[in-house]
Design a protein around this ligand. Structure first.
Ligand SMILES: [Fe+2]
Ligand SMILES: [Fe+2]
Length: 409
């Protein structure tokens, strides 16, 4: 089975980089037989048996899938573009890896297809860099190659490609593969949407209490800054960042009369209040992507001496990330107004944290290290960092933090 292609003269250089015009919309009704016929005429592509292919669109009901096509040769872009248009995809094309990476900084397609014979940095390096981009790391990458060599295929997969196909492309195989890749991406997108809903829910809990405004963002900021000082991995920093927002999501089930009571809680009210850590874990547990955040949510009120809740864990039984986040949580609670107290000045906040460490509530060594954070620098950086947080841009948030911590040391 092969695809024979009769290249047509260049049509006005279609490898544009401007975002809006870059996507070339599929011909209207691209999945009907008329448009396929016109494609065949225009690009002179002939597949044996193509008339019998089952051709429902890959597009879901909301929008057609978008594909970034990266190929140095105009003929390759046309050939792959024609195949994709038949599937109802909208196409953004790029003739170089540099151009493709630039585009991926501005938009997030459902699939990237890279021709192996790419100029500049090459297809493998392009694939590696795409997978290293947080914005694009869940975007599936398909490499298409002219040479059929096991070494090349292994190198492609090792570079992070999700699929590796050898030309000439079999249309049914091509369709099945891109369909599977796009399905996977759609599932990831849905998970992200569900995650966004949880984050919005967590922020709505905070918004119920005007005194706690900005608590989640500050917690994300301070615990990530502390995590950096401790040399934690980027995955751990990301969990702390998420934990900052989600740690108290379980308070959604705590009645306002208890949550915002201006005075001491009764023993019965405490029982209800303490359920928030377990309820928070239950709310987030169905999200597999939040698995590493669950111990933070569940155990952020444990105490080093075992007197905390919900599990009464002691010492290093308490997950490290929960110990890190609880310090940031206590710090922010102490230096903020609460229904039951005024805001403590910084000096008193630090003294109280150290005293609580001595009383056995928290990891003493971690407490000491936390109190050495450059809080003035973080305060200065807060606006800039919180702006990145609002855009949900973890990478620039981390970069800003790194710069400010580097300045402070
Ligand atoms: Fe809490
Ligand atoms: Fe909190």
């Amino acid at each position: 089975m092969s695809i024979s292609l009769t290249p047509l003269p260049e049509v006005g250089g279609n490898a544009s980089v401007a975002f809006e015009p870059v996507f070339s919309a599929p011909p209207s009704g691209s999945t009907n037989s008329n448009s396929r016929a016109s494609d065949r005429t225009e690009f002179a592509i002939h597949w044996p048996g193509q008339e019998h292919l089952h051709q429902p669109s890959l597009a879901d009901s909301d929008r057609p899938p978008s594909v970034l096509l990266v190929a140095a040769q105009e003929a390759e872009r046309r050939m792959l573009g024609s195949l994709l248009r038949r599937e109802g995809c909208i196409i953004m094309d790029s003739r170089s890896a540099v151009m493709a990476l630039d585009l991926l900084g501005k938009c997030r397609p459902d699939l990237v297809i890279i021709d192996r014979d790419l100029g500049d940095m090459g297809a493998l390096e392009c694939c590696r860099q795409i997978k290293a981009m947080r914005r694009a790391d869940f975007v599936p990458v398909l490499i298409v190659a002219a040479r059929n060599s096991a070494e090349d295929e292994v190198a492609g997969i090792e570079a992070g490609a999700d699929e590796y196909l050898i030309k000439p492309l079999h249309p049914q195989v091509f369709r099945a593969r891109i369909s599977a890749l796009i399905r996977h991406k759609t599932a990831v997108d849905r998970l992200e949407e569900a995650e966004s809903i949880l984050f919005a829910l967590a922020l709505s809990v905070e918004k119920r209490d005007h005194a706690a405004a900005g608590h989640c963002q500050r917690l994300a900021l301070y615990s990530v800054a502390f995590g950096m000082r401790l040399g934690l991995s980027e995955a751990q920093l990301l969990s702390l960042h998420r934990g900052g927002y989600l740690h108290d999501i379980g308070k959604i089930v705590v009645p306002d009369a208890i949550l915002y009571k201006p005075g001491k809680l009764t023993a019965e009210e405490w029982v209800v209040m303490k359920t928030h850590s377990v309820r928070g874990e239950e709310i987030c547990r169905p999200m597999h992507s939040l698995a590493a955040v669950l111990p933070i949510i569940r155990n952020h009120h444990e105490r080093w001496d075992g007197s905390g809740y919900p599990d009464g864990l002691q010492g290093e039984q308490i997950p490290l990330l929960a110990r890190v986040l609880q310090l940031a949580d206590a710090f922010d609670a102490l230096c903020s107004v609460r229904p039951y107290k005024d805001a403590f000045p910084r000096e008193l906040t630090i003294q109280t944290l150290l005293a609580e460490g001595e009383m056995g509530w928290r990891d003493r060594e971690l407490t000491r290290l936390f109190t050495e954070l450059p809080f003035d620098e973080l305060k200065l950086a807060e606006e800039q960092i919180l702006f990145s947080e609002k855009r949900n841009d973890f990478d620039s948030s981390i970069r800003n933090l790194q710069e400010h911590l580097a300045m402070a040391s």
